[in-house]
Ligand binder design. Structure first.
Ligand code: SAM
Ligand code: SF4
Length: 496
């Protein structure tokens, strides 16, 4: 495709009427920077009792309001911070139980018409080797991911006419069609892709995606402008309303996120909260997950190495803790961007999902990583451990790894799943499905050592399940035990 037609395509992406319909009369969006700054200022010295009352509200699985969240963001007393970490974990246990859901990212292309100052894929980065996977290559990548034991994938695309909606649909269909050994494939594909029109989003819905994920990167308007000098992504409001359009297209499983390190981290947490509140108000459903990637060094990007807003580990832990407490029903995703030690610590304050065996180079799973194809990845990873290694560590932490995709396939999405999460019911189903899918993993993919320790954890989980009144009251135990037996005998993909 010539430069001219690529530019023409880029100019045609934004549909102004699909922004205007969401704005207030004064053409304003829902991120009011003055209000956020005032909330942060007014709550910058919270009292101990005030914080403890807020923690009780989180424990009751109620979403916090902006003033309460601003207060938590200013806690520095080590004793109170410790109480916050413990409460965050307790909230997670209540809503999601002790499980961590695994997924693998798959980068399909690094062609991009945008110029995000922090990203190795940006258009003007001449250090980047460009690549877009063809159908055979996508199949190969999917096979490698499936052979690790994954059942969920997040597929990532640059924004470019070569990877526009037709390519996305083809790649999703290709991945869903891959089946290994007759009984193993990807059961849920989530998407991380640029904002789209309602018409394109409807097509994504029809091809059967799980979650649609768009990170706002920064909620601060001026910073956003500086970070995104050209291309469709330079339009803040087109991006801010991407998930509103998704809802209108019938996709009710949405994921938001901010790229921490571009602007003040307290402001960004408030931005995420206001985004969640806006979705709740407009559609009655908050975000299914929130991501909080930290800026990592990327090729050809100075800002990714020397931004004055880079977040240190202690503040990062506080960010995740406050998000857990402020929006108790939402899933929190920590990625392989982070180093293993920190990831371990952060998982303990309430994360629900992570990736493993991750390769973020385009074609990275089926190629051996060489110096040359390091240049096809977006940024440098902090945790390159295999799925088996991570699962073994989680078992030691008494956490069960889940590959469950049942919610989405049983219609437990959108407002249905929100209600179940808020009432702490979804976590109960998850506990059963976590055991069933973990058993599949142990049978099919685990190393001897992981299998041994994993089976002990399953035995412990099963005796807890037997004793929990919820399962008895809902007559779930017999069905669960039957499914477990059938999986032990070689059947796959049974879920509650
Ligand atoms: N092109 C699409 C978009 O921008 O929405 C999706 C793909 S983009 C590769 C996915 C995410 O990677 C971005 O939303 C951004 O938050 C993150 N990212 C980009 N550069 C990064 C960096 N240097 N460190 C960490 N995350 C980064
Ligand atoms: Fe392109 Fe996304 Fe990277 Fe921006 S963050 S340059 S839009 S791939």
């Amino acid at each position: 495709m010539s430069n001219n037609s690529t530019n023409k395509w880029a100019k045609s992406v934004i549909k102004q009427n699909e922004i205007d319909c969401y704005l207030t009369k004064g053409k304003k969006d829902f991120i009011n920077e003055e209000i956020i700054s005032d909330k942060l200022l007014l709550n910058n010295n919270p009292g101990k009792q005030q914080i403890r009352d807020i923690l009780q509200k989180s424990l009751a699985i109620e979403r916090l309001d902006p003033s309460e969240t601003a207060a938590l963001l200013h806690v520095n007393d080590p004793e109170l911070l410790d109480e916050m970490y413990k409460t965050a974990l307790a909230v997670k246990q209540k809503v999601y139980d002790n499980r961590i859901v695994f997924f693998a990212p798959l980068y399909c292309s690094n062609l991009c018409v945008n110029n995000c100052a922090y990203c190795g894929f940006r258009k003007d980065n001449t250090e980047e080797k460009r690549k877009i996977l063809n159908t055979a290559e996508i199949k190969k990548e999917a096979e490698s991911v499936i052979d690790e034991g994954h059942k969920r994938m997040i597929v990532v695309y640059g924004e470019h006419p070569a990877s526009s909606i037709d390519y996305m649909i083809d790649s999703i269909e290709t991945i869903y069609s891959v089946n290994r050994h007759g009984n193993s494939g990807i059961r849920r594909i989530n998407i991380n892709a640029a904002p789209m029109s309602v018409a394109d989003l409807r097509r994504l819905k029809n091809v059967g995606i799980g979650t649609y994920q768009v990170f706002q990167e920064t909620y601060h308007h001026d910073t956003y402008k500086r970070m995104h000098p050209s291309g469709p992504k330079s339009n803040y409001q087109w991006r801010l309303y991407a998930l509103h359009r998704a809802m209108n297209a019938g996709i009710d499983d949405l994921a938001i996120g901010a790229l921490f390190g571009l602007y003040d981290w307290r402001f960004e947490v408030m931005g995420l909260l206001y985004h969640a509140i806006e979705l709740e108000h407009q559609f009655g459903i908050g975000p299914h997950t929130i991501s909080f990637p930290r800026l990592m060094p990327a090729s050809g990007s100075d800002i990714s190495k020397n931004s004055k807003y880079l977040v240190n580990d202690a503040d990062f832990k506080k960010i995740v803790t406050v998000l857990r407490l402020a929006i108790p029903y939402t899933g929190l995703i920590i990625t392989a961007r982070e180093q293993a030690d920190l990831k371990r610590d952060i998982i303990r304050v309430g994360c629900t999902q992570t990736d493993a065996s991750t390769k973020i180079g385009v074609g990275g799973y089926s190629e051996t990583m060489t110096k040359q194809n390091e240049n096809k990845q977006q940024f440098m990873l902090g945790d390159t451990r295999t799925l088996d290694e991570l699962i073994k560590e989680l078992v030691q932490m008494d956490m069960i790894s889940s590959f469950c995709t049942a919610g989405y396939r049983c219609g437990r999405t959108g407002d249905k799943i929100m209600g179940l999460l808020k009432n702490c019911v979804e976590g109960k189903f998850c506990k059963l499905n976590a055991v069933l899918t973990f058993k599949e993993y142990l049978e099919d993919y685990a190393s001897e050592e992981t299998k041994l320790t994993g089976e002990k954890l399953i035995a412990k989980e099963m005796s807890q399940i037997e004793e929990m009144p919820f399962y008895q009251e809902h007559n779930l135990i017999d069905k669960f035990n039957q499914y477990y037996k059938r999986i032990s005998n070689g059947e796959r993909d049974l879920y509650m």
